[in-house]
Write a protein that binds this ligand. Structure first.
Ligand code: SF4
Length: 694
């Protein structure tokens, strides 16, 4: 707690970093923020917070913030500060001009998982209702889009099945490709507490994460798999469960499609999926695979928690479906203490997906090809909606390079730093004739922008965020937007300049429209959120108090669907030139590309990204603790300092991606998930050698 004076008033709001969605009390003297403390009645955090959230106010007041709109004719020219009216007019004229010259589908938007539901809803509405195309995508493309696909296919909806409180009833926690103590610290602490109380822990991760090291050795099973082999491990666990008859036949018969189960069972029984064969592919000892499978199937309430170590792979969607298969096999769904729990990285990645940010789905995960749902939005918005899905982010960039995509409105997302294959992203951006960046800082993407529209911080917003447990939390204005307009107002101004009169005067009206058009939000409004504090969707006449746990009596899609999950190795292979595998992750004090946390006191604890390398791999390369090393892949190279550790196994190296100097995404390749194009950030073949520094 930072004591800076005696507060006169306080505002309850929600942290804008990770998917835990902690509630905070912001205390003020007049308009000056003097203290932020975790809110004891916050249902996602119950009075706890992490170091990121506590110091988040730092970036809101940082001198790097750009508060005036700016324009320029070309990216070679210096920026010119202009009025909001001139900037919006310039942006609107350019975007309309591009559509007249190159066609209706030559422009698009990227929504932000950092912004509110209301803001995100308006940005996709801008694409569909004003640009008249479905060229809308979101930063979830590069993180949890496989969750959307995988859980949609198996359960019928893209959402975590449980509430966080459910962890109190877990007997066996399976963590796959997630590092909750660093990336979701408040929930990570609850998980560790549950393990201390006696729950068993299975961690499937190439790296010995903090949760493994902190657990009692007899409670923890660490399966240090070779990066890129998640599908093989998950399928081998299913093999053991089916082969040894440990599945929950009653659950499967009642809740799932029995014929599909039989087909799946025949597939997993194949000797190719045995632990012995899987050991050769994954490096995980067969006996450990067996123990983990038996424990999950027979140890009581089994809950699976997973993160980007599952999704950011060429088979990310397949692993998500494999995880759903495991939960259905063992009947670990529909009650407390079980479930499939994607740990969402960003504060509102769940909400951004719910709000129709993807190019094939209108709000509420309904396909744009659906005549009925299009008719609903058409009558509401007074426009005709294109029935053809639009472009995903990588397709927008490809189309830009090939000359058919010319203009982009990018809200709260630094694609040049956060998307893979930086060279390709910069080529795509450079080929566009109008890039509008709407953000807090002049980020890396803004180097290619023609219009910069200043954004507002979470402390300057009214609206809602939806966290990883589907909890819709209020975000309240702590201070007036320093730039003059909240983000939803800026989008509305742009829409108006392009001919649409939306007439919203408060974000609550946007939420009312969301409730009218999106069944899972039907009973959500600001008055009920004031009264209740928060609510978990679905919240409608069938579930007026919201839904802490999903799929209680049946799956959203009806019968749960088992899907065959064939392991197909990634095209990213090691070899003599690139003999090591790089995987990436986060640390506690920093957040994503660091645009916010590097502008807070958190940087005191973490000044640079480092390369973790096993002492054996370091020794053969002559690398010592703290040496500068060159990290090279088929895509590019960078330099960073090495640290020697047995957290990684020989053959695997690891780094974080919080600092722009490191440019970790210069290294990552353009491989991506087969179903969603989510980039394969977690597997890159690399070479490491001594260097003289950057
Ligand atoms: Fe809570 Fe996540 Fe914010 Fe930390 S970063 S305070 S865990 S929401």
């Amino acid at each position: 707690v930072i004591e800076l004076g005696t507060p006169e008033r306080s505002v309850i709001t929600t942290c804008a970093y990770c998917g835990v969605g902690c509630s905070f009390k912001a205390e003020l003297n007049g308009d000056e923020l003097v203290r932020m403390t975790p809110y004891k009645n916050g249902e996602a955090n119950r009075g706890h917070s992490c170091v990121k959230g506590r110091f988040a106010y730092g970036y809101a007041n940082h001198s790097d913030r750009i508060l005036s709109p700016m324009i320029r004719d070309s990216i070679d020219e210096p920026w010119k500060e202009v009025s909001w009216e001139e900037a919006i007019g310039f942006a609107a004229d350019r975007m309309r001009g591009l559509q007249e010259k190159y066609g209706r589908k030559s422009i698009g938007v990227i929504t932000s998982s950092r912004c509110t539901n209301e803001e995100t809803y308006l940005v996709q509405k801008l694409a569909r209702g004003v640009f008249m195309n479905n060229n809308t995508d979101t930063c979830a493309r590069v993180c949890h889009s496989p969750t959307g696909y995988g859980l949609g296919q198996t359960f019928g909806t893209s959402a975590g099945t449980q509430n966080f409180d459910s962890v109190e009833h877990v007997d066996v926690a399976v963590i796959i490709g997630a590092n909750p103590t660093d990336a979701h610290p408040v929930f990570g602490s609850r998980l560790k507490k549950r393990v201390r109380q006696g729950a068993k822990l299975i961690v499937i991760d190439p790296r010995k994460t903090d949760v493994v090291r902190s657990a009692h050795i007899e409670a923890a099973h660490h399966l240090p798999l070779r990066p890129g082999t998640n599908v093989a491990v998950v399928t081998a666990m299913a093999h053991v469960i089916v082969d040894e008859g440990l599945y929950d036949e009653a659950f499967i018969r009642e809740r799932c499609d029995w014929n599909e189960f039989q087909e799946y069972a025949e597939f997993v029984r194949d000797v190719r999926h045995s632990p012995e064969m899987t050991e050769m592919l994954t490096g995980v000892p067969a006996e450990e695979l067996r123990k983990a499978a038996r424990l999950y199937a027979t140890g009581g309430n089994g809950a699976i928690y997973y993160g980007l170590g599952v999704t950011e792979h060429s088979q990310g969607s397949t692993t998500v479906m494999g995880i759903a298969n495991l939960a259905m096999l063992t009947g670990n769904l529909g009650r407390e203490g079980v479930g499939v729990n994607p740990l969402r990285g960003q504060n509102n990645v769940q909400g951004a997906c719910d709000m129709g940010s993807f190019p094939h789905e209108l709000p509420g995960y309904r396909h744009v090809k659906g005549d009925e749902v299009r008719a609903l939005f058409e009558s509401k918005w007074g426009v005709e909606i294109d029935p053809e899905p639009g472009l995903r982010i990588p397709n927008m960039l490809d189309a830009a390079v090939h000359g058919s995509f010319k203009g982009l409105y990018c809200q709260g997302e630094d694609i040049l730093q956060s998307d893979p294959d930086t060279k390709h992203v910069s080529a795509g951006l450079a080929a566009m004739e109008c890039v509008i960046v709407h953000d807090l800082f002049l980020n890396e993407t803004a180097n290619y922008a023609h219009v910069f529209l200043p954004g507002s911080t979470f402390l300057e917003k009214e609206g809602t965020f939806t966290n990883a447990e589907r909890r819709i939390n209020r975000v309240r204005e702590v201070m007036k937007p320093k730039n003059g307009y909240a983000d939803w107002e800026v989008t509305q101004l742009l829409a108006k300049a392009m001919g649409a009169d939306w007439h919203y005067t408060h974000p609550s009206q946007i939420m009312d429209e969301i409730a009218e058009t999106t069944p899972g939000f039907a009973n959500v409004n600001y008055a009920m959120l004031e009264e209740r504090g928060s609510v978990q969707w679905p919240c409608n006449d069938a579930a007026p108090d919201g839904s802490p746990i999903m799929h209680v009596d049946g799956f959203v899609r009806g019968k749960g669907r088992f899907i065959v999950t064939e392991y197909i190795p990634t095209d990213e292979r090691t070899g003599p030139r690139f003999p090591l595998l790089l995987t990436t992750g986060r640390i506690l004090s920093q957040y994503n590309v660091g645009a916010q946390t590097r502008r807070t006191e958190n940087t005191v604890w973490h000044g640079e990204d480092v390369l973790e390398i096993h002492p054996h791999d370091a020794e053969v390369r002559g690398v010592k603790e703290g040496d500068w090393v060159k990290l090279a892949s088929r895509a590019g190279e960078t330099s960073l300092r090495a640290t020697l550790t047995d957290k990684v196994v020989p053959g695997v190296v690891y780094t974080t991606f919080h600092h722009p100097d490191t440019q970790a995404n210069v290294i990552t390749t353009d491989h991506s998930d087969w179903a969603t194009n989510c980039p394969e950030y977690k597997v890159t073949a690399v070479q490491v050698g001594l260097s003289n520094g950057p």
